[in-house]
Design a binder for this molecule. Structure first.
Ligand code: ZN
Length: 204
């Protein structure tokens, strides 16, 4: 399986990152299956970064093979969602970006894609109305709703499938709202969709 992640998909996050770019289509980067962190396992801060940020995101699991999917049919290609964290080695990303180099290693390193427990979309308010938030040590640090996405889920799927064949089990991380920040050893991270806690693990 592969992980397709969307960059800069919430206006307020783009502002906090000083991205002035006006995007006319979604921007993607990829992670591999070695990036996955599941089942409440701890996240170990890697030795190559001293500034690892959490990015809380709604994650979609693809359940049908698809290529060149039309936006109006995109809802047929997933049935379950969860909340996840797109861990980012921000110091590395900044350095590579300033050098004009690809910043893959700052995003796709081992265990950089934390993944919660999936729930059916049918148990939610609908894909474009998903409220989610993340708590660190009991304090809410990030809050969002898929209604605020610059590019909604079905458009992401349509656009991504022009370039990448979507396969069963592929994951799409849909982008992070504002409020990103560093994690520290000992932090307790808990991610929610609505009031359902789907993600719960520690930083070590
Ligand atoms: Zn992200």
């Amino acid at each position: 399986m592969k992980i397709i992640a969307v960059g800069m998909n919430y206006a307020a996050h783009n502002k906090e990152m000083q991205h002035t770019l006006e995007l006319t289509e979604p921007t993607f980067f990829m992670k591999g299956d070695s990036s996955l962190l599941k089942d409440g396992k701890p996240f170990f801060i890697p030795d190559f970064s001293s500034e690892v940020h959490y990015e809380t995101e709604i994650v979609i699991r693809i359940n049908r093979l698809g290529k060149n999917i039309a936006e109006r049919f995109a809802h047929r290609y997933y049935g379950e969602i969860t909340v996840g964290i797109d861990f980012t080695a921000r110091d590395l990303q900044k350095r590579l970006r300033s050098q004009g180099l690809p910043w893959e290693i700052s995003k796709a390193f081992d265990n950089s894609a934390a993944l919660g427990t999936f729930i059916p979309v049918s148990e939610t308010e609908g894909i474009d109305h998903i409220p989610f938030h993340m708590e660190i040590n009991g304090q809410t640090v990030q809050e969002g709703n898929t209604s605020q996405l610059l590019f909604p889920v079905n458009r992401i799927i349509a656009h991504a499938s022009r370039y990448f064949t979507l396969k069963i089990g592929d994951l799409i991380y849909t982008g992070t709202p504002s409020g990103v920040g560093p994690v520290h050893i000992g932090d307790h991270l808990q991610g929610y969709i609505g009031d359902r806690k789907l993600l719960d693990f520690y930083v070590r």
